[in-house]
Design a protein around this ligand. Structure first.
Ligand SMILES: [Zn+2]
Length: 408
C-alpha cells in the first residue's frame, strides 16, 4: 500500500547498477510519454547515454509493451530513416475511485491518462463506524468494476488509485476524514482489499490530486515555459483544504500533514475547529460560511439575503452590503494566505470551489494581500483550470510520474 510518499525512501532493493538502469529507462519512458522524443536519436540527444545503451533500453520498453515502434518518422535528413516511438497508451489501465460524502466516483484511464469511462455510485456514510464505511466503500469498488464498468480489463490494470478527502495519519493508522465523510477510515480493510485484488493501492488526498493535476495542466498549457515547480492550491468547499507543491512534487512533510493552510489561525479567540484549535481559516472561509456571513450582512442591512453563492456574486455589483460581506470573506482568506505565503515563500496560488464568485472575488483577495507588505508583491492568483476530472487525472499522473517504476 502506498500513500503520498512521506519521504523518498530508499528500499535498498537492487544494486547500484539496477538503480541507474531504472532511472534511465524511466527517463526514456517519460520522454516518449510526454511527446518530447519521438525517436532513438532524439533520446540520445536528450540524455547522457550512448546510442547502443538507448537502443537496449528502448527494446526493453517495447518488450514490456510500454512503447510502440511505428514506421519511419518523417525526416528530410539523408541516411537511414529512424523508427518513430510512441507511448502504447493501451498497455495498461489505471483505476481511480474518488471518495466523497455522496459516494464514489469511478474513473478508468489509459497509460496516457486519458479518461476511458467514469461512473458514480451513491453511498451515505453518516452514522456508520469507520470499519462499516470502509467495508461499504470496498463493496462499491467491487460492484463498479465487476458490474458497471464496460472497459475495465483486470489483466491490464496497473494500479488502483483512491482519492480520499482527509489525511492519512501515520501515528493512528487511519485516514482522518471526519470533516469530509463524517467518519475516519481505518487502513486495515484497504490493505486487505489490496491483497485480494492483487494490485497496488495508491491512496492520495483529494486536494493533493487536484493540485497535481493543476500543475500538470499548467505545464502542458505552455510547454515552452519552465515547469511549474511551486504552487499553493486551495480547495474551498464544505471546508477549506489545501495542498502545496514544491520542486515540482507534492509536499507532505515528515508527518504527511504539511500544507494544511486551512488551519492557519486568523483569530486566536475565534470559532472552535475540529482540529482542536480556534479561529482556523477553514472555519471562516468555506462555501457555507461565505454564504452565511453574506446572509447575515443582508439581514442586518434590511435587504433580501442571497440564496446561493451564485446569487451573492450576481448581486454584489449593485448592493454595497453584499459587496462588503464578500470583501470581508476575501480579507479573511487573504489573512490566512499571507501567513502561508510568508511561511512557505510560495507566490503562485490556485483556488478552486468558488469559481462562481468570479474575478471580482479574486481581485478582492489580491487587493487585501498586496496592501500587506513587500513580502507578497510577486503574486500569481488564479482559479483552477484542470477541469472536472482533476482528481482522477492528478492521481494517475502522480502515480506514473513519481511512483511507477518500469523494472519493478
Ligand atoms: Zn483547525
Amino acid at each position: 500500500m502506498k500513500y503520498i510518499p512521506l519521504e523518498k525512501t530508499d528500499t535498498g532493493r537492487g544494486g547500484y547498477q539496477q538503480k541507474v538502469k531504472e532511472a534511465n529507462i524511466k527517463r526514456i519512458f517519460d520522454l516518449v510519454r510526454f511527446g518530447k522524443c519521438k525517436s532513438r536519436a532524439e533520446i540520445v540527444r536528450n540524455m547522457d547515454l550512448s546510442a547502443t545503451s538507448v537502443s537496449v533500453l528502448v527494446e526493453e520498453l517495447a518488450g514490456r509493451g510500454l512503447v510502440a515502434e511505428v514506421g519511419p518518422t518523417q525526416t528530410s535528413l539523408p541516411g537511414r530513416r529512424p523508427i518513430s516511438l510512441r507511448l502504447n497508451s493501451e498497455a495498461h489501465q489505471i483505476v481511480v475511485f474518488a471518495l466523497s460524502r455522496h459516494g464514489v466516483r469511478y474513473t478508468l484511464l489509459n497509460l496516457d491518462c486519458e479518461v476511458l469511462e467514469s461512473r458514480t455510485a451513491a453511498l451515505e456514510t453518516d452514522g456508520m463506524t469507520g470499519e462499516e464505511a470502509a467495508a461499504a466503500f470496498i463493496r462499491l469498488f467491487d460492484q463498479l468494476l465487476k458490474r458497471r464498468s464496460r472497459l475495465y480489463d483486470p489483466r491490464r490494470a496497473l494500479v488502483i488509485g483512491i482519492s480520499v478527502p482527509g489525511l492519512y495519519l501515520n501515528s493512528c493508522g487511519l485516514f482522518y476524514n471526519r470533516t469530509a465523510l463524517g467518519v475516519s477510515l481505518p487502513e486495515g480493510p484497504f490493505v486487505e482489499y489490496q491483497r485480494r485484488v492483487g494490485l497496488p493501492l495508491y491512496m492520495l488526498n483529494d486536494t493533493r490530486c487536484m493540485a497535481y493535476a493543476e500543475k500538470r495542466f499548467l505545464d502542458a498549457a505552455d510547454p515552452e515555459a519552465p515547469e511549474v515547480e511551486n504552487l499553493i492550491y486551495m480547495n474551498i468547499n464544505k471546508s477549506l483544504s489545501c495542498a502545496v507543491i514544491t520542486r515540482g512534487d507534492l509536499y507532505a512533510g515528515p508527518f504527511n500533514i504539511a500544507g494544511q493552510i486551512g488551519h492557519t489561525t486568523i483569530d486566536f479567540n475565534g470559532r472552535p475547529c475540529h482540529c482542536g484549535s480556534r479561529g482556523c481559516l477553514a472555519r471562516y472561509v468555506n462555501r457555507d460560511a461565505i454564504l452565511e456571513d453574506a446572509q447575515q450582512a443582508a439581514a442586518a442591512a434590511g435587504v433580501q439575503p442571497p440564496e446561493s453563492l451564485e446569487a451573492l456574486a450576481q448581486r454584489c455589483a449593485d448592493e454595497p452590503a453584499l459587496r462588503d460581506a464578500l470583501r470581508s470573506s476575501a480579507r479573511m482568506l487573504a489573512a490566512g494566505l499571507y501567513s502561508a505565503m510568508c511561511g512557505t515563500g510560495l507566490r503562485r496560488i490556485v483556488i478552486t470551489g468558488v469559481e462562481c464568485l468570479g474575478e471580482a472575488f479574486l481581485e478582492m483577495v489580491r487587493e487585501a494581500l498586496l496592501e500587506r507588505s513587500l513580502l507578497v508583491r510577486t503574486l500569481d492568483l488564479s482559479y483552477a483550470q484542470a477541469g472536472p476530472d482533476a482528481q482522477a487525472l492528478g492521481l494517475a499522473q502522480h502515480y506514473l510520474d513519481k511512483v511507477f517504476t518500469v523494472t519493478g
